[in-house]
Write a protein that binds this ligand. Structure first.
Ligand SMILES: Cc1cc2nc3c(=O)[nH]c(=O)nc-3n(C[C@H](O)[C@H](O)[C@H](O)COP(=O)(O)OP(=O)(O)OC[C@H]3O[C@@H](n4cnc5c(N)ncnc54)[C@H](O)[C@@H]3O)c2cc1C
Length: 347
């Protein structure tokens, strides 16, 4: 067994990093503050929707996770308050995929955990790493602790707050649906998604949501998808406002490294890729640095553009106007209708 590498966080990035290292002859030890795999029970089980380039992604991370991803029946419906927006025709060529998160059978976390155990990765649960322990971690340790504020502060990554309100309920196991919601109730957006018999909804906002706004969103869900839930709860998380691969002599991965979002790439795929980048820093550092630069190119500009748009007094109206303009462009140039214009392509 080769050198030991400690990995903090048994989420998507930490698990992929551990698997890569174990396969490369290292002893990978993954620590997590929860009592088992699947992250915080306040947040999961949940369903995440993401753009995905399956072949390229499996090829890059060195494992086929297709059993955990289900294409949504159609590209997510887009609701503006209770009005369904007709998106530009090329959207029909786009794809969106659902993945289940948490500890359950069928979840992405569980699948990665099983692969990791087979590869010989060691797990130590119930270890809430303190900031002092992280500071004193051996050189080359990988920090992949996700969306917790105190760790951003420790490693000096700028971040913003996001407030989330979520709920779930059982649904037909064959369903794989997706819908996006924008409206007067949030400066950001909400989504619904279902797969493996779980219907999940989440409303995001970068400003705290008043009770009245949450009630408005609930009404929208009833009127649009006929959804109602009785187990709503809230959480706060922190999202990165910059990208960073190194902190002192340690490696950052997943959310903490900035491999999340800009502009609707969301976080699942970024976390998987970033786990591989973190592992590669031990086996092929030059390639790791190059891949990280490629995956995070444009982050700053996209985030700045989004935040600028959000500050415009009529940002929601601009959204509707830009959809109208895209539809008009497709009408003028029918070739556009068949073009693939995914919001984010990693490869
Ligand atoms: C509610 C919610 C909904 C989301 N929806 C979507 C979506 O629809 N589509 C999408 O693409 N992305 C979505 N995301 C983003 C996606 O989940 C993340 O990008 C992805 O999980 C990041 O992976 P990670 O490995 O960085 O962190 P995580 O997967 O969050 O894992 C972090 C791990 O670190 C552990 N940990 C934290 N602190 C410590 C500590 N001090 N000591 C030890 N262990 C610690 C945690 O217990 C956890 O297991 C969503 C995120 C949330 C929170």
């Amino acid at each position: 067994m080769g050198k030991t590498v400690s990995i903090y966080g048994a989420g998507l990035a930490g698990l992929v990093a551990g698997i890569h290292l174990a396969r490369s002859g290292f002893k990978a030890v993954v620590y997590d503050r929860e009592d088992g795999i699947g992250g915080s029970k306040q947040i999961h089980p949940s369903i995440h929707t993401t753009p995905l380039q399956p072949e390229e992604t499996w090829d890059y991370i060195g494992m086929d996770l297709s059993s955990c991803f289900k294409r949504t029946d159609k590209y997510p419906d887009f609701w503006y308050n209770t009005k369904r927006l007709t998106l530009p025709p090329y959207v029909k060529n786009n794809t969106a995929w659902n993945a289940e998160r948490g500890a359950q059978e069928g979840s992405l976390d569980r699948k990665l955990y099983e692969i990791a155990l087979r590869e010989g990765v060691e797990f130590i649960f119930n270890r809430n790493l303190t900031l002092d322990e992280l500071r004193a971690a051996p050189a080359g340790s990988i920090i992949a602790t996700g969306l917790y504020r105190e760790i951003y502060d420790l490693v000096g990554v700028k971040c913003g707050t996001t407030y989330g309100y979520m709920a779930s309920a059982p649904c037909h196991p064959g369903e794989s649906t997706g819908a996006l919601y924008m409206g007067d109730y949030s400066v950001d957006y909400g989504y619904s998604a279902s797969m493996n018999g779980l219907m999940y909804v989440l409303l995001f906002s970068r400003t705290p949501l008043k009770k009245k706004k949450i009630e408005e969103f609930k009404e929208v869900l009833k009127k649009t998808e006929h959804l109602s839930f009785d187990n709503w709860h809230s959480f706060n998380g922190f999202f990165p406002r910059e990208t960073k691969l190194h902190w002192e002599d340690k490696i950052l991965a997943g959310t903490l490294s900035g491999m999340i979002e800009p502009f609707w790439g969301y976080g699942v795929v970024g976390a998987l890729l970033s786990g591989k980048v973190a592992g590669l820093l031990h086996t092929d550092p030059e390639r790791a640095e190059k891949d990280f630069r490629k995956f995070t190119a444009g982050f700053k500009a996209k985030l700045a553009r989004k935040e600028k748009m959000d500050k415009l007094p009529f940002s929601k109206m601009f959204l509707r106007l830009s959809i109208l303009k895209a539809r008009y462009d497709c009408w003028r140039n029918p070739a556009l209708k068949n073009a693939v214009r995914e919001p984010v392509r990693w490869f």
